[in-house]
Design a binder for this molecule. Structure first.
Ligand code: PNS
Length: 161
């Protein structure tokens, strides 16, 4: 049984993330989506809110599940018996960063490889940062947030007012 971890901050999950998780689920027997803290960014949503949105988005994928983790990705992957991390890349800048992260994670957990999947061309411009900006200006999110997650996101935003 080959397990992969799809890590990310998912702040919030986008259609680009969902596409990546679906493609990972087609390659690996099991995919564990790990909602994490990115120490470089201040999150708009709590870990619990991000996890709820991810779970709502992936509920149709039978071999995918989601958890959250406030610790080290390599330790999470090892504890879940994963052989690979799967990340998406939209640009050369993404690649340079993920290449470095792949080396670090392999050092922390020998044997843990990273699979980088290129973003679909239609998703290259979509990011959580863009979604947060659209939320700020109350724009329609249907084209950039997975259908299952939009309802949860709307509820969370409503609870904030
Ligand atoms: O979606 P993102 O923001 O690109 O995801 C980045 C993330 C959360 C995967 C990365 O920041 C991460 O791995 N955080 C957990 C802490 C960790 O293991 N850091 C790398 C080794 S020091």
């Amino acid at each position: 049984m080959k397990t992969a971890v799809c890590p990310g901050s998912f702040d919030p999950i986008t259609v680009g993330h969902l596409d990546l998780i679906e493609r990972a689920a087609a390659i690996f027997d099991k995919v564990v989506v790990c909602v994490m803290v990115n120490g470089e960014k201040r999150s708009r949503f709590t870990l619990e809110q991000r996890l709820e949105m991810v779970r709502a988005a992936i509920c149709q994928i039978p071999n995918a599940e989601a958890e959250m983790c406030g610790g080290l990705l390599a330790a999470f992957a090892r504890d879940h018996g994963a052989c690979a991390l799967v990340k998406g890349v939209r640009s050369g800048t993404d690649f340079d960063w993920e290449y470095q992260m792949a080396q670090i994670n392999r050092e922390l957990c020998p044997g843990l490889d990273t699979v980088l999947l290129p973003a679909r061309s239609g998703h290259v411009h979509i990011s959580s940062t863009m979604v947060r900006e659209m939320i700020r200006y109350q724009q329609n999110l249907d084209n950039c947030v997975p259908a299952g997650a939009v309802a949860v996101l709307r509820r969370i935003l409503k609870e904030e007012v």
